[in-house]
Design a protein around this ligand. Structure first.
Ligand code: FES
Length: 86
């Protein structure tokens, strides 16, 4: 099971190839995850993390394990930028 999970809900919208994404931190690793619930497209970014490390959609409260969201083909794992570079 994944460890510490954090959703970047207060960050500005992130768009990639015309699709909305949100920043998800899992064990200090950052990912971009599509801001679209697999159920009916709700904004997962505004969900919450439950006590089983699942993201609970704000629309109909379906819960998705973080591992499932990370395994989506659209999820992007961000690599660290070298120090001193932006
Ligand atoms: S749209 Fe997310 S649970 Fe229905």
């Amino acid at each position: 099971m994944a460890g510490a999970v954090w959703i970047g809900r207060d960050l500005p919208p992130i768009y990639r190839q015309g699709e909305a994404y949100f920043l998800l931190s899992v064990d200090d690793q950052l990912y971009l995850v599509r801001n679209v619930c697999p159920h009916r497209g709700g904004p997962l970014k505004f969900g919450h993390v439950d006590d089983q490390n699942r993201i609970v959609c704000p629309m109909h409260h379906n819960a998705y394990p973080v591992e499932v969201l990370l395994a989506q083909p659209t999820t992007v794992k961000l690599s660290e930028a070298p120090h001193g570079q932006t």
